[in-house]
Design a protein around this ligand. Structure first.
Ligand code: NAD
Ligand code: ZN
Length: 406
């Protein structure tokens, strides 16, 4: 990668990986000739094999506002698909990479017109991790914030129209562009009746939060669960806790405005650590007669993880790290916590195998067991994408849906 490109790289969009996004497959090398279908098939075939010009939000510099640019999106190569992004959203992880300056053959099961979700962590289906039923850590397509190009040739499929400057991909998805190219193992086909502006939330935060409970913490019915950080991920964990039949769901957040969300999402208790003289773990232990059964860390602050460990009940307590701490954070605990039979673990994407596991969440949504609309507090057009970052930085609301066509 030459230096200019490197300099500009970054996060194509930053981001987003998807977090949330939703799209329609534009075409792929293997499926161009598919009789395909759906509504948009004829439009698709007119651009097959050609470069597509479109708008994209580009992060030229870490920490600076994104710039809406006219870009070209190259046709997909082997095992890749090109997607028309309809809606996207962003997650705190986008912010993290934005601020930290890190950036980063044959498709048989997808066809033009399919509705898909891009995945920031993929599933090749072939590697030992994909073949292990307990793992979602695909060795080929797992989350990798430093990969800037496509896996096949290391090159970007994005360039500016003006000076043909390559723009890096981010997290394998780059959904802040009206069109993107992704590896076919990094998209999952979804039921076409699913509303796209809501389904995009399943690409990241909501699945992560719910999975952290149902797949990782695995509480018994009637358990007490403490959730550190009531952003979308933490509130999704609260939804998981309700599904698991928790008797007590305690939200912990230093932002007093989160009390309103704790109520709205049916948590039983809210604790603002800044309103207590004592360490928050002592407050939690007292509330739960000796310790919480499960703690889920969704703030990204390493101190919250340490508090979560302390707040656990001995003998059976489990703490789950979901938040992404800064790269130099160090977790410290007294080793007697382990001798006293407390467990600490962590998860990416709630341990869902992204392609094969996500449809279970789609079913939950379709069967009204999971409500997604309540996580959407703002909507902005692509041209105002920076507002979505402001809302997140200021802790206003939960998820902002970015209308990519607007
Ligand atoms: P968010 O910013 O919307 O929410 C975080 C909440 O934590 C905020 O309400 C904030 O007030 C609160 N908070 C921060 N520090 C705190 C502290 N010390 N004590 C109590 N509350 C505190 O973020 P989000 O989008 O919900 O994401 C949450 C975390 O999950 C982030 O770190 C994100 O990077 C991470 N994440 C991880 C995965 C994964 O696969 N593991 C996936 C998505 C997001
Ligand atoms: Zn794999």
């Amino acid at each position: 990668m030459h230096s200019l490109q490197k300099q500009r790289s970054l996060l194509f969009q930053y981001l987003r990986s998807s977090s949330n996004s939703n799209n329609i497959i534009h075409n792929s090398k293997m499926i161009l000739s598919s009789s395909s279908s759906l509504l948009l098939a004829s439009n698709f075939s007119s651009t097959a094999g050609k470069v597509i010009p479109c708008k994209a939000a580009v992060a030229w510099e870490a920490g600076k506002p994104l710039v809406i640019e006219d870009v070209e999106v190259a046709p997909p190569q082997a095992k890749e698909v090109r997607i028309n992004i309809k809606y996207s959203s962003l997650c705190h992880t986008d912010l993290y990479f934005w601020e930290s300056k890190s950036v980063g053959d044959g498709v048989s099961n997808l066809k033009p017109g399919d509705h898909v979700l891009p995945l920031f962590t993929g599933e090749c289906g072939e590697c030992p991790n994909c073949k292990c039923e307990d793992s979602n850590m695909c060795e080929v397509l797992r989350i990798n914030p430093t990969r800037e190009g496509m896996i096949s040739d290391g090159k970007s499929r994005f360039s500016t129209i003006k000076d043909k400057e390559p723009i890096s991909h981010f997290l394998g998805t780059s959904t802040f562009s009206q069109y993107t190219v992704v590896h076919s193992g990094s998209v999952v086909k979804i039921n076409p009746t699913l509303p796209l502006d809501k389904a995009c939330l399943l690409s990241c935060s909501i699945s992560t939060g719910i999975g952290s409970i149902l797949n990782v913490a695995k509480p018994k019915k009637g358990a007490s669960i403490a959730i550190f950080g009531l952003g979308t991920v933490g509130l999704a964990a609260a939804e998981g806790a309700k599904i698991a039949g928790a008797s007590r769901i305690i939200g912990i957040d230093k932002n007093p405005n989160k009390l309103e969300y704790a109520r709205k999402f049916g948590l039983t208790d809210f604790v603002n650590p800044e309103e207590h003289e004592r360490p928050v773990h002592e407050v939690l232990k007292e509330m739960t007669n000796g310790g919480v059964d499960r703690c889920i860390e969704c703030t990204g602050n390493i101190n919250a993880l340490m508090s979560a460990m302390e707040a656990l009940h001995d003998g059976w307590g489990v703490a789950v790290l979901v938040g992404v701490p800064s790269g130099d954070a160090v977790f410290k605990t007294n080793p007697f916590n382990f001798l006293n039979e407390k467990t600490i673990t962590g998860t990416t994407f709630g341990n869902y195998k992204p392609k094969t596991g996500l449809p279970t969440l789609v079913d939950m949504f379709m069967n009204n067991k999971l409500e997604l609309g309540k996580f959407i507090t703002h909507r902005v057009p692509l041209s105002e994408i920076n507002k979505a970052f402001d809302y997140m930085i200021k802790g206003q609301g939960l998820r902002t849906i970015i209308d990519m066509n607007d």
